[in-house]
Design a protein around this ligand. Structure first.
Ligand code: NAP
Length: 313
């Protein structure tokens, strides 16, 4: 007999409490489907560590990331979604039901699953990066920017994150140097224009971080020019790393089909390769990495799960 016998079976189990998961929970709970959502950290996912969200429609002045995250959580909870702050360690299917085992050692059962685990920031993988994280190395400007008042920092990357967060960091830092491995930015033109106009921002092109140095905290970086091979030692107090993300799909590996980069493969209805499993947001192959699209996918996955459940009693 399964340890789940006699336990409540939820209609929908959602893994991940970012924009995609919280919107899915809002839609399924509002459709009177019993819903449980698992989140291992804080509500909002990546948006919870974003300062100002300027491109979420309805907020002409922008909205603070943590504020919109808390409101999304409250909105889902208002319609009855249960939000459980535990990490999901295992996902399986047994006796026609999906089963989840959490970090608290608890098992949960459900009739449909929405994967909304999002993605996590990449690390550089250079010496001392790990040891000096929290001691000058950071991946979150909103979290750590205020510690760098009047200091010199570098922001690594050439995408929207590097520029948006680099701009944010100029509120505190005396000087922000964007270090990019090419000589052309990937970031959107509006952010490029703002960064290039900002007197506190400068650029080092065609360069990668070879080494981070410091004993108690970061003191220097060694930057290597990828074209000439020349290495320069630059004194800095902080190294902010914004070089993209990888999907948080480890849990789903071997359970549903993933692409070669580890993103969950879905059909046009956001259904994954196992019937009853759906995916939404950044963990999904082909997703656009924006809050508004993550929310849109959360809605679409919720409606698809509802249609699936209506055909499967
Ligand atoms: P991204 O667009 O993937 O950019 C990552 C940047 O890091 C690229 O410039 C890349 O260089 C560089 N990079 C990757 N690996 C590296 C390594 N090992 N060493 C050095 N540099 C490395 O990631 P993102 O900026 O985090 O943005 C992710 C998504 O979120 C994007 O779709 C973006 O549009 C979106 N986003 C939007 C906003 C906004 O709308 N305001 C804000 C933040 C993020 P290459 O260019 O050479 O590949």
């Amino acid at each position: 007999m399964s340890e789940l016998s006699g336990k409540k079976t939820y209609d929908v189990m959602i893994i991940g409490g970012g924009g995609a998961g919280l919107t899915a929970a809002l839609y399924t709970s509002r459709a009177k489907l019993s819903t449980v959502l698992f989140e291992k950290l804080v509500p909002g996912g990546q948006i919870a560590s974003t300062d100002l969200v300027e491109n979420y429609p309805g907020f002409p002045e922008g909205v603070l990331g943590p504020e919109v995250a808390q409101k999304m959580e409250a909105q889902a909870a208002r319609y009855g979604a249960e939000i459980i702050y535990e990490e999901v360690l295992e996902l399986s299917k047994r006796e026609g039901r999906f089963e989840i085992k959490s970090s608290a050692g608890t098992s949960y059962a459900g009739r449909a699953v929405i994967l909304a685990m999002g993605a996590s920031f990449r690390t550089l993988g250079v010496p001392l990066e790990k040891q000096l994280t929290g001691k000058g190395v950071s991946y979150c400007a909103t979290c750590d920017g205020a510690f760098f008042k009047g200091k010199k920092i570098i922001a690594v990357g050439g995408g929207d994150s590097a520029l948006q967060e680099g701009l944010f960091l100029t509120r505190f830092a005396e000087q922000v140097t964007i270090v990019h491995r090419r000589d052309a930015l990937r970031a959107s033109p509006i952010l490029q224009e703002r960064a290039k106009k900002n007197p506190k921002i400068s650029f080092i092109w065609d360069a990668v971080v070879d080494k981070i140095e410091g004993e108690k905290s970061v003191t220097h970086v060694l930057l290597k020019n990828v074209k000439t091979g020349a290495v320069q030692k630059v004194p800095v107090d902080g190294v902010f790393i914004f070089i993209g993300h990888d999907p948080n799909s480890g849990l789903a590996r071997g359970f549903v089909k993933l692409n070669e980069k580890g993103y969950v493969v879905t059909d046009a209805n956001l259904a994954a390769s196992v019937p009853g499993v759906f995916a939404a947001g950044e963990v999904r192959e082909g997703a656009v990495r924006q809050l508004v699209s993550a929310c849109g996918e959360g809605c679409a996955a919720a409606l698809a799960a509802q249609a699936y459940l209506e055909g499967h009693h």
